[in-house]
Ligand binder design. Structure first.
Ligand code: FAD
Length: 388
């Protein structure tokens, strides 16, 4: 259900996404998960409808979708194939800043091409170090030097980059100059065709198996005109401009994992077995399905209210976005784990795809802002430290 009252435009984008998810993503989802092959065909299937330019303004050829529509679209895609939805979500996220605050050069060179489906982008944000990509508390992102022709990336490595080696453009964060403080980040839009890059290793994730979220190393020069906004000011834009889309689309993707699994459960649990019984005859399952429906609607309601409040310009701090993100990812874990129990051996043996949803859901707890980290941020907003 979608209780939040939708406009005609929001409903039609939701319907479009649902229809494309069914036609383009659903038939390939099992194979994408099994083989781990990047879901290029599924992503291409979203191109013609204009979904690659979902958040690009209509003035620049995009669909000009608001935050609520964006959540509706991502949820519908994730219901059918979480891997494709996550690659798509990272594309929408990577396109956000440059679409919101492009230079004239960037409008022609990038934004209109995103709208036309000629650019598939992704986010090369995080960095971890050590052989096993160890946790680095208080991580400081790598620095680049500024030369005459632009920013020099000297074998700069980013970890866990969804669509690595598949995207044509990378939204990347770095410091300019080795002495620059960790919070003085700059945002660059890297053209894969104009730089050396190599992906490192294979992606063999527990879930999101089509993502190709492997490390990537860049070597070369990125022209200054590919920088988004002012040098050293990216964190300001991330908070004010990008955060709503980053957090809400994570929420939407994981909500889609929960609601996709739930919809499948509704269908399967109502089937009558040769014995004449169905899973829904069992009062435990009746209660389970009722309870899960309430949890999904609660998470969805928060997501939609947060998005609508953002669209109305009523959000001053990212608190509702992060609360929605953690709620949706946790509901995905809860729903999929319960359905693994409800569908017993059939689910465990992979005869029905609940185990795929279950594995995909796990990524929601650690992706983007990992939930433990998100809760720390939420706490900090609720109980700000008094300045001494
Ligand atoms: C499928 C997948 C796709 C991804 N795609 C991308 C992508 O496209 N682009 C990109 O830039 N990144 C991507 N990532 C990286 C993702 O954002 C990171 O996994 C995430 O930031 C967490 O970092 P980590 O995996 O190194 O976990 P760690 O930092 O090792 O965190 C593990 C645990 O440590 C604890 N922890 C860590 N930091 C804190 C903190 N500050 N406060 C409290 N507890 C903490 C938490 O318990 C957390 O769950 C992807 C990851 C996955 C799994």
């Amino acid at each position: 259900m979608t209780y939040y009252p939708l406009t005609k435009e929001q409903r039609s984008l939701k319907d479009l996404a649902a229809q494309l998810a069914m036609a383009e993503l659903a038939p390939r989802a099992a194979e994408t998960d099994k083989s781990g092959v990047f879901p290029r065909a599924s992503l291409n299937g979203l191109k013609e409808s204009g979904l690659w330019g979902l958040r690009v303004s209509k003035e620049h050829g995009g669909l000009g979708a608001d935050l609520l529509s964006t959540c509706l679209v991502v949820e519908e895609l994730a219901k059918k194939c979480a891997s494709t939805a996550m690659c798509y979500k990272m594309h929408v996220e990577a396109a956000e800043l440059i679409s919101r605050m492009p230079s004239d050069y960037q409008v022609e060179k990038f934004v209109k091409k995103i709208a036309a489906g000629e650019i598939l982008c992704t986010v090369a944000g995080g960095e971890t170090s050590g052989k096993g990509d160890n946790w680095v508390p208080g991580m400081v992102l790598s620095s680049v030097e500024k030369g005459e022709e632009g920013y020099i990336l000297d074998h700069l490595r980013k970890s866990y980059v969804t669509s690595a080696g598949q995207a044509s453009h990378y939204f990347m964060l770095c410091r300019v100059g080795a002495e620059t403080k960790g919070h003085k980040l700059s945002a660059l839009f890297i053209e894969a065709d104009n730089i050396e890059w190599e992906t490192l290793g294979d992606w063999n994730g527990l879930g999101m198996r089509g993502n190709n979220s492997v490390p990537i190393r860049f070597n070369g020069v990125v022209p200054e005109k590919n920088r988004i906004g002012d040098e050293g000011e990216a964190l300001k834009y991330l908070g004010a401009v990008m955060m709503p889309v980053v957090a809400l689309t994570y929420g939407a993707a994981y909500l889609g994992v929960a609601s996709g699994a739930y919809e499948l459960a509704m269908e399967e649990a109502s089937k009558v077995y040769p014995s004449g019984a169905k899973r829904l005859d069992n009062p435990i399952n009746q209660r389970r399905m009722a309870e899960l429906s309430a949890k999904i609607e609660a998470a969805r309601a928060l997501l939609h209210v947060a998005a609508a409040a953002g669209d109305a310009g009523q959000v001053t701090a990212p608190l509702p976005y992060l609360q929605a993100k953690v709620s949706c990812s946790e509901v995905a874990v809860l729903v999929t784990q319960e359905l693994m129990t409800m569908f017993g051996g059939t689910a465990f043996a992979g005869r029905l795809p609940f185990e795929r949803y279950f594995r995909d859901a796990r990524a929601g707890m650690i992706m983007g802002l990992a939930n433990d980290d998100a809760y720390q941020t939420i706490y900090g907003m609720l109980f700000p430290e008094k300045k001494k």
